[in-house]
Design a protein around this ligand. Structure first.
Ligand code: NAD
Length: 425
């Protein structure tokens, strides 16, 4: 028996189902390489726990809205579950399951003792007031309370959530526990036990991965970044700081381009002031899709899943894609790009900097201790560069793409943990 893949009905498939199909396809390929038996394959394809909850929210005008929330623990064989919480209108149980599965392989790949999880609420946070957001967050957390905890499942920020969200989660959990539990979430504000270096960790990891994959000086290397949020904006900043020329960026409001290179710090200030990249004066307007087709050296997708598809992959000219986002490339696009000689540093490696420093934050919380930013940065760099080296060697040894090699390592470690633990009872 092979891993069950949801049936393909292209007209009806949601972006979440598409993401889960991609994740299962990648798992299947790794399982083949590893020669895993059917029982273990099914175990790895199936989330350990999935919870769907209804979240009632009192709006400012007194109305009550009810939205759906999810928390999926894909695998906990190597340690507590770990994964972000996403607030986005189109999130669903399939997307959250796919994201949880990628977290499992990512943690195993970079060698941190966690399983994979993810959470989501199907809501557009940009239309809620701060007080509505706080009520929504606290109620959602209350609904998933039986699952989370510093030794069970530790949330973090993802799309549409931030350190304020994490502060509310930490407070809600702590009030229920009767004492402060900083280790229940990561990506917290510094004042509540956050770690130095966490805010920029995912982007720092993207920069480290990009420079390792380039294998030459980044001076003058041209870069386009899709998504200018927590990950994309700082990835653009760090790549620019390293000497690369960021020529285009986009966010949900639009895309801007400058062949001379954008002043990323100035653009970040513009976005902080206006809420989006659109209307930025020192660049030309670009169509959303045009960004992918620019003649650049490096493309960094840092928004959502499924944006590089068989439709646009043949027109992508970047020689290197570094996946800041989770699941931006479909398996069909992967094949086209591999055939065209494009190198892709896959999500589970390229964006692992976030969970690495989340792990460091949690370790500091659990021992009530704090490290300097230099200590955090050195540990992050070690883990990122170590994982990159392992993936690159395996890919060369077995003739695999970096994504296939990364999955063989990640899935292989989780499979080994299952085999060593055995099946209870
Ligand atoms: P965010 O909400 O801070 O930013 C998302 C950005 O994407 C925003 O700028 C938004 O405007 C933009 N966007 C949305 N739709 C777009 C579109 N169609 N075209 C262009 N831009 C669009 O989220 P984030 O935390 O930066 O996460 C981005 C990606 O990185 C997600 O895939 C997430 O799972 C992944 N990731 C995040 C972290 C983390 O630490 N935050 C860690 C690992 C991976």
């Amino acid at each position: 028996m092979s891993i069950m893949v949801p049936s393909k009905t292209p007209a009806l498939i949601t972006p979440g189902q598409q993401a889960l199909e991609s994740a299962l396809h990648q798992l299947n390929q790794a399982a083949e390489q590893l020669g895993l038996d059917d029982g273990l394959r099914t175990m790895l394809a199936t989330p350990r726990r999935s919870l769907t909850v209804s979240v009632p929210v009192r709006r400012e005008d007194g109305r009550m809205d009810v939205v759906q929330g999810f928390r999926v623990q894909h695998n906990v064989s190597r340690g507590p579950a770990k994964g972000g919480i996403r607030f986005h209108p189109s999130t669903d149980i399939h997307e959250v399951t796919a994201l949880a599965m990628w977290m499992t392989w990512k943690c195993a790949l970079v060698g941190i003792p966690y399983g994979g999880a993810k959470g989501g609420v199907a809501v557009d946070p940009t239309v809620l007031t701060t007080r509505e957001l706080e009520r929504l967050t606290r109620r959602y957390v209350n609904e998933i309370l039986p699952l989370i905890g510093p030794e069970k499942d530790i949330p973090a920020p993802d799309v549409g959530t931030d350190e304020q969200t994490m502060a509310w989660i930490m407070d809600t959990y702590s009030v229920n526990a009767g004492y402060s539990v900083p280790g229940v979430v990561t990506g917290k504000p510094m004042t509540l036990g956050g770690s130095l270096g966490r805010a920029g960790a995912t982007s720092r990891g993207v920069q480290i991965a990009a420079l390792a994959a380039l294998g030459r000086s980044p001076e003058g290397v041209t870069v386009a970044v899709q998504g200018f949020g927590k990950v994309g904006a700082l990835a653009a900043q760090y790549l620019s700081d390293a000497g690369a020329k960021v020529v285009a960026v986009s966010d949900v409001t639009g895309a801007v381009h400058s062949a001379r290179g954008l002043d990323v710090a100035d653009l970040r200030a513009w976005v902080a002031e206006t809420g989006g990249v659109t209307g930025y004066r020192h660049g030309d307007t670009l169509g959303h899709d045009e960004l992918f087709e620019l003649d650049v050296d490096v493309l960094v997708p840092a928004a959502l899943e499924g944006v590089i598809t068989e439709a646009n992959a043949p027109r992508i000219r970047a020689r290197l894609i570094v996946e800041g986002a989770n699941g931006p490339t479909t398996p069909e696009a992967d094949e086209i790009l591999a055939a065209n000689g494009t190198t892709i540093v896959p999500d589970i490696l390229a964006n692992a900097g976030g969970v690495i420093v989340s792990y460091l934050e949690w370790v500091q919380n659990m021992q009530a201790f704090s490290w300097s930013s230099n200590e955090v940065e050195v540990k992050l760099r070690d883990l990122m560069e170590g994982a990159f080296g392992e993936v690159k060697s395996l890919a060369a040894e077995r003739g695999l793409t970096l994504r296939q090699a990364a999955h063989v390592i990640g899935v292989g470690r989780v499979a080994e943990a299952h085999q060593m633990r055995g099946l209870y009872p």
